[in-house]
Write a protein that binds this ligand. Structure first.
Ligand code: ADP
Length: 503
């Protein structure tokens, strides 16, 4: 080859490499690796699971559940009216009196173990359906949601026959029928958090999943059916706010457990005031992640990304405020920007996807509104330059710098992949700023000094505090909030007290 030909070939190669880089946008690209979904069977229509049977809603009404990443309809789901809720509560009461409260605790444990094992067996199918219905990346549903859901059943199965040892030798008795209402961010995991302790403590359950993500709770109903739990021990009623409100208002429910927005939590508290119903509320959050100058910054940035972007910010304990020691602010922001440029946003079923779809159109509108407010208030916005798919609901990973503490973007829960970065100079200032919120669900501390973690953890008003890590869950560890993030704990020995009367 002549020198001229050689140089022409080289320039052609350079051009095609440049156009490839332009096309893919970042240095490391991956070929598509979608999880196969042909073996997953979603029924065209789901009825209510009441008294161990699949029953059509009295109203005859159904609503569609859709995939937020494709806008495709996945299934029709029954809309339970107050009459349906009444039937479910009656079924739960009968099951409580006839079977569940009378059963030897060791026998109850066997049923709960069976559910745990079946979740493990069907883990792949559950993860796929979770990602299809809710939009979260398969990496998250496969590695976090589903294994943790199984772990919660395993853990609580272990407690069922040891309750007499859980409260310093005092005897306990179940409460009766538990009405449980859950949100869309961890659909199966939240069902497990609610159902497993209730059953272990001898209660029966009426559970209402969120209207945008009912499918995995309905698959769980099938698992419960296959595990041959006595009819009515677990009832699943689908529907929106009015179905939840009917459950809250039902006179024969002994306990309400709710996870969701602070706004609805307050309504529930008002609705049951004066009744003898027990209540636990797990509500919103505006968690602070605090990075000290001595922290391992790369790990810290990875932890921040895990805390807010890997789940589209759809976590009540999302670390949506970042407090950085002033001396390392610029370097942290630079590292964060670099990392955001390499996050892969797209098909939730692709095993390489980091950031999935926003759960619903309504949620996307809320995120956009608050981001616009942040810009309007004068904060500087940075959004990762990723291409958004044409169909579905998407928002690019974003952060704000220069936001005032009093601004909406620094105060309000956003429930989206949007972080607000602020600075501090001293540990006391970090504590003051972290606690300057109406919420108090969680917080993160990043530093090289263990003593600083302990010092700070004692001062933060947050139910869960992570040190040099974030968003780590375990069924043995209680989870719950301070202030407007709610009250009561879920998980661990503390979580059991929400479902028993200590006598
Ligand atoms: P999010 O903002 O996480 O969607 P919501 O508080 O709106 O949280 O919803 C959480 C759950 O509460 C969902 O299952 C929803 O249907 C239910 N819900 C909404 N309104 C009410 C209500 N007034 N009473 C009881 N449950 C409700």
């Amino acid at each position: 080859m002549s020198t001229q030909e050689l140089s022409r070939t080289k320039s052609a190669i350079d051009k095609s490499t440049a156009s490839l880089a332009l096309e893919f946008g970042h240095a490391w690209d991956y070929a598509p690796a979608p999880e196969a979904k042909d073996h997953v069977r979603i029924q065209p229509r789901y009825d209510l699971f009441v008294g161990g049977r699949w029953t059509a809603p009295k109203s005859g009404k159904y609503f569609l559940t859709t995939s937020p990443s494709t806008e495709e309809s996945l299934a029709e789901v029954a809309e339970a009216s107050a009459e349906d809720v009444d039937l479910a509560v009656k079924a739960a009461r009968t099951a409580y009196e006839k079977y569940w409260a009378k059963m030897r605790p060791a026998e109850r444990a066997k049923y709960i173990f069976r559910i745990a094992r079946a979740i493990q067996e069907k883990a792949r199918e559950l993860a796929i359906v979770e990602s299809m219905d809710g939009g979260k990346p398969i990496k998250e549903s496969r590695d976090v949601d589903i294994p943790l859901a199984a772990a919660h059943f395993f853990y609580h199965a272990g407690w069922a026959d040891k309750l007499d040892y859980a409260f310093h030798g005092r005897k306990v008795r179940p409460l009766g029928v538990a009405g449980q209402i859950i949100p869309w961010n961890f659909p199966l995991l939240m069902a497990a958090w609610k159902i497993a302790p209730a059953l272990a403590c001898g209660n029966t359950v009426v559970l209402k999943p969120a209207e945008t993500t009912p499918l995995t709770a309905l698959l769980l109903a099938h698992i419960i059916e296959e595990a041959e739990l006595p009819p009515g021990v677990v009832n699943i009623v689908t529907g929106a706010g009015p179905t939840g409100a009917a459950l809250v208002a039902h006179p024969d429910v002994n306990k309400i457990a709710f996870t969701g927005s602070t706004e609805v939590g307050k309504k529930i508290q008002k609705a049951i005031a004066g009744s003898r119903k027990r209540l636990t509320l797990e509500l919103g959050g505006k968690a602070a992640n605090v990075i000290f100058g001595d922290a391992p910054l790369d790990q810290a940035v990875e932890g921040i990304v895990n805390g807010i972007y890997f789940n589209q910010g759809h976590v009540c304990c999302a670390g949506s405020r970042l407090l950085v020691e002033e001396s390392v602010h610029d370097v942290v922001v630079k590292k964060l920007k670099d990392r955001l440029q390499n996050l892969r946003l797209g098909d939730p079923l692709d095993k390489n996807t980091d950031v999935g779809a926003i759960n619903s159109k309504m949620q996307l509108e809320k995120i956009k509104e608050l981001v616009a407010a942040g810009e309007h208030e004068g904060a500087t916005r940075y959004s990762a330059p990723c291409a958004l798919p044409d169909k579905g609901y998407w928002f690019p990973p974003t952060f704000f710098t220069g936001a005032a503490q009093a601004s909406r973007i620094a105060r309000e829960e956003i429930f989206g992949p949007v972080l607000t970065v602020m600075t501090f100079r001293t540990p006391d200032e970090a504590v003051e700023k972290a606690n300057n919120t109406m919420y108090g669900l969680s917080a993160g501390i990043w530093t090289d000094k263990g003593a600083k973690i302990f010092w700070m953890a004692g001062k933060l008003k947050a139910g869960v505090i992570w040190g040099n890590t974030y968003n780590k869950f375990d069924p043995t560890s209680p989870f719950g909030g301070y202030k407007e993030s709610g009250f009561g704990r879920e998980g661990g020995r503390h979580g059991l007290s929400a479902y028993v009367e200590v006598v």
